[in-house]
Design a protein around this ligand. Structure first.
Ligand code: DHK
Length: 146
């Protein structure tokens, strides 16, 4: 069995569907987890899907992925723009890393234009809504097959 793909979600994404739906849409994070799981099954992959409002929890899952994960798909949410700790943790991970943002962060406030995580990410998807997670998973599938 190949190692799972870690799909990590940062703060406030537990409120997806309720929080600013005009920006983030009406789907819940559970809906996203279901869609990602269904596609993973189709692609012959397994996933570990997590969300936390705490920076350290995200760092711990990244460390876990060092030995247990084949790739990381991460929407660090607000930590994208602030977290050197998440960047440093991602630098310890050797597999592919894809950064996902539901909204087009470049169309929004200037503080959202900078991403620490992009200094490590192999690819960045922004503005495709929750479909971005599926696009990221397809990219990971082709990268881990190589
Ligand atoms: C989600 C958040 O919570 C914001 O803090 C980011 C990101 C954008 C998203 O688009 O998924 O700035």
């Amino acid at each position: 069995m190949p190692k799972p793909i870690y799909v990590l979600n940062g703060p406030n994404l537990n409120l997806l569907g309720l929080r600013q739906p005009e920006i983030y849409g009406r789907e819940t994070l559970a809906d996203v987890a279901d869609k990602v799981s269904a596609l993973a099954e189709e692609l012959g992959l397994s996933i570990r899907f997590h969300q936390s409002n705490h920076e350290g929890a995200l760092v711990d899952w990244i460390h876990e992925a060092r030995s247990e994960g084949a790739a990381i798909i991460i929407n660090p949410a607000a930590y994208t723009h602030t977290s050197v700790a998440i960047l440093d943790a991602l630098h310890t991970f050797e597999g592919p890393v894809i950064e996902v943002h539901i909204s087009n962060v470049h169309k929004r406030e200037s503080f959202r234009h900078h991403s620490y995580v992009s200094l490590r990410a192999d690819g960045v998807i922004a503005g495709f809504g929750t479909e971005g997670y599926l696009l990221a998973l397809r990219r990971v599938a082709s990268l881990v097959a190589k």
